[in-house]
Design a protein around this ligand. Structure first.
Ligand code: MG
Length: 255
């Protein structure tokens, strides 16, 4: 099942994708379940798809979680998940521009699978992790690479406004062998099965929830495969995951 968040007649609603229409939900399905209003909105009449979730408290991200990406960054994959946070103010949706900040001369794409938490998770075991997942979406962990190196820690480099595109929808099912692809101006840059992750989703949830409580609507970015690269103003970047969707964003300079 695919769930969209969209602008609709001056309000923001949620809907289940049903062929060429959205079945409108009565409330946010993370908190209000899947009761419908009975209304169907043709996809052609949807104002715009919005980021499918705005995390209430945090975006948790895992660094260097694919071996070949760790190698291209000049090291091995960490033995334990390497966690950092992105602010929820970095989140944008499908089609929203990624803005290159004036402080950086090297802003990179990082295509990633995102996990949306559905139930409060604190000290969850790997065996119980799946029960705390609401669904999956596509993310771009946009990174000011020069500032990441300069600062020595990652808050600024990962935290600019527009540096966390999410979307286009939340898919509640995920094939374990789904392939992630990133294209820059249509050219394939990253391609790897999500099964190449060093730390899998249950182990990330178990590890992260041993540090801080995960709340419904929190999002976990699970790391990027090799092939990261620079984006500049005028580019278009697409991250696609089989069965989940395609997240396309233009890139522009700050005004
Ligand atoms: Mg990343």
């Amino acid at each position: 099942m695919k769930i969209a968040r969209f602008s609709h007649g001056g309000s923001i609603d949620y809907g289940i994708v049903d062929e060429d229409a959205l079945v409108v939900l009565a409330g946010d399905p993370l908190f209000a379940g899947f009761d419908t209003t009975g209304e169907r909105v043709p996809l052609g009449k949807v104002g715009s798809l919005l980021a499918p979730v705005i995390p209430r408290s945090k975006v948790v991200a895992v660094g260097k979680n694919y071996r070949e990406h760790a190698a291209e960054m000049g090291g091995d994959a960490p033995e334990e998940p390497l966690l950092f946070l992105k602010p929820n103010t970095a989140v944008i949706g499908l089609g929203d521009p990624i803005v290159i900040p004036p402080q950086s001369e090297r802003v990179d794409f990082e295509g990633e699978l995102a996990v949306v938490i559905g139930k409060i998770a604190r000290n969850v075991s790997e065996a119980d992790a799946a029960g705390h997942i609401f669904g999956y979406t596509v993310a771009n962990d946009v990174t000011a690479r020069d500032l990441q190196e300069k600062d020595g820690q990652w808050t600024r480099a990962k935290g600019f406004d527009t540096f966390c595109p999410l979307g286009p929808v939340i898919e509640t099912e995920l094939a374990p062998d789904a392939v992630l692809r990133t294209r820059l101006n249509g050219e394939l840059k990253q391609e790897a099965p999500i099964s190449d992750m060093v730390h899998d989703i249950p182990s990330i949830i178990a590890y992260a929830s041993s540090v801080f409580t995960l709340l419904p609507g929190d999002v976990i970015l699970t790391g990027t495969p090799s092939g990261i690269g620079r984006m500049t103003a005028g580019d278009t970047v697409e991250v696609e995951i089989d069965g989940v969707g395609s997240l396309v964003n233009p890139v522009r300079a700050a005004k």
